[in-house]
Structures are given as structure tokens and as C-alpha cells.
Design a protein around this ligand. Structure first.
Ligand code: ADP
Ligand code: MG
Length: 252
């Protein structure tokens, strides 16, 4: 059964989507059958694979709200072995439309149950909030990967996120655990170094060894609709996400 990892942080711009897109690609490149679920109405993971958000016939919204099987929503990608469940701004409506629905936090979990056997890894990219969509991601997953930017306010909001994880574990999904904390956008400045030290001091072994550098290639690749290992395999960003994939695999 596929290992479901949700990538979450209620802050925006901390490298969630970049990590979802590129970690999924590296897993597929390592021969793992992988699914990437875009759970953000901004659809950045979707466009990151060169998919035209506006031309989508079916999206994750249809799976969550209209009970369309997730299999019918999934698209192939340029990576062999990687499929994408795309989203666009239609997904904003899901919360309101499901407001009176029973077990609304379990919608994604139930949808994934039907396809879980087809994949070894399933990654879920969350929007920058702790609302209904992220809650669905947390309830569906076995592990949470939290991205933190190597900047002064890195730890701000983290305790709220960790508290939410505990609440979800206690009430909705007993098997949820913190998969790991990933430091992103390391600028190799004294400040970055200090932040990395502080975060490792605070969270210890939960922090991935791999630190993602700030690397322009990672910012460019999405505009070509490619993960960074396709766009520029030799770049520092590509090498870092390959190392992260190895680390996630070895952590089991
Ligand atoms: P989030 O999904 O948490 O909002 P993104 O992954 O979209 O964050 O990243 C925010 C912006 O920073 C995007 O423009 C992205 O291309 C860029 N970015 C992310 N990680 C890196 C990195 N390691 N180096 C350079 N740019 C990055
Ligand atoms: Mg994002």
C-alpha cells in the first residue's frame, strides 16, 4: 500500500509546492510508482507539470465534491511512473459546498483508499492555511513533511502546526506522524546557518539531513512545466531533491 505523505505549513512561500513537485519526480525517477495530489486551489503543482489549469475537465474538486473516482481525475506526466491529480481555483468552493456533509474531513482519505494499492508513494501538496483542505490532507496521510524556510521567522507558526497534527492524531487519524522537517532556501549566510542550528536544536532527529539550497533553477523549472531533475539534472536544486528522496526512502 502506498505511503501517503502530506506536505504542509500554513505559511505561504516556504517551499511546499517546490518540494511536492520535485520530491514526487525524484521518487518516480527512482522507479517508485508515485501519485502527486494537488490540494491547493492555486494549482501551482499542476502548472509545475505543464498542465493548463483552465483547460482541465476534471480536478480534485470533482473527486471531493461530486464523488468522481480519483482515478478518473489523474493525468499522466512527463515522468514515467508519476501521475498527477490536478487542481485549480474551483477547489476553493469545496469547503463551502461540503459544509453540511458528513465526515467531510475524510473525503480525500476515502478517495485515496481506492487507488492506494496502485502507488508506492503518494504526495499531497497543501494550501497555505490550516483549513478544510489541509485538514483533509492530514487525515488522509501517514506522515507530515513540514517545510521551513531558512530565515529569521522560520519557527513562527510551527507550534500551531504541530498542535494541529496532535489534534488530528488524537481525534481523526491515529496513525499520523511527523515524517520530518525540511529546511528550504538555504542561502549559506550566517543567518541561514544560525536558523539551521536553532531548528536542529529544537527538533533534533526530526529534521532531514538534506537541506535544500536557494537555487534559481528551482524557481525557473516550473515556468517550463518541468520538475528540476528534467530541467537541469546537474543543478544544486536537483541534486538536493534527489538526496531528499533517498533520505525519505531510507527512513521508510
Ligand atoms: P509554497 O508552496 O510553500 O507557497 P513554493 O514552493 O511555491 O512555496 O515557493 C515559493 C516561491 O519560491 C516560488 O516562486 C518557488 O519557485 C520559489 N522557491 C521555492 N524553493 C526555492 C529554492 N530552494 N530556491 C529558489 N527558489 C525557490
Ligand atoms: Mg504552494
Amino acid at each position: 500500500m502506498g505511503r501517503i505523505i502530506v506536505i504542509a505549513n500554513q505559511k505561504g512561500g516556504v517551499g511546499k509546492t517546490t518540494t511536492a513537485v520535485n520530491l514526487a519526480a525524484c521518487m518516480a525517477a527512482a522507479g517508485k510508482r508515485t501519485l502527486l495530489v494537488d490540494l491547493d486551489p492555486q494549482g501551482n503543482a499542476t502548472s509545475g507539470y505543464g498542465v493548463d489549469k483552465k483547460a482541465l475537465e476534471r480536478t480534485v474538486y470533482d473527486a471531493l465534491v461530486d464523488d468522481v473516482p480519483l482515478r478518473d481525475v489523474m493525468l499522466p506526466t512527463l515522468m514515467d511512473g508519476l501521475r498527477l491529480a490536478p487542481s485549480n481555483k474551483e477547489l476553493v468552493g469545496a469547503e463551502v459546498e461540503l459544509v453540511n456533509a458528513t465526515e467531510r474531513e475524510y473525503r480525500l482519505r476515502n478517495k485515496l483508499a481506492a487507488v492506494r494499492d496502485d502507488f508506492e508513494y503518494i504526495f499531497i501538496d497543501c494550501p497555505p492555511s490550516l483549513g478544510f483542505l489541509t485538514l483533509n490532507g492530514l487525515v488522509a496521510a501517514a506522515g507530515v513533511l513540514v517545510t521551513l524556510q531558512c530565515e529569521y521567522y522560520a519557527l513562527e507558526g510551527l507550534s500551531e502546526l504541530l498542535q494541529t497534527i496532535v489534534l488530528v492524531r488524537d481525534n481523526l487519524n491515529a496513525s499520523l506522524r511527523l515524517e520530518g522537517v525540511l529546511l528550504t532556501m538555504n542561502q549559506h549566510t550566517n543567518l541561514s546557518k544560525q536558523v539551521i542550528e536553532d531548528v536542529r536544536g529544537y527538533l533534533g532527529a526530526k529534521v532531514f539531513e538534506t537541506v535544500i539550497p536557494r537555487n534559481v533553477t528551482l524557481g525557473e523549472a516550473p515556468s517550463f512545466g518541468q520538475p528540476v531533475i528534467v530541467y537541469d539534472l546537474k543543478s544544486a536544486g536537483a541534486q538536493a531533491y534527489l538526496a531528499l528522496a533517498r533520505e525519505v526512502i531510507s527512513r521508510g
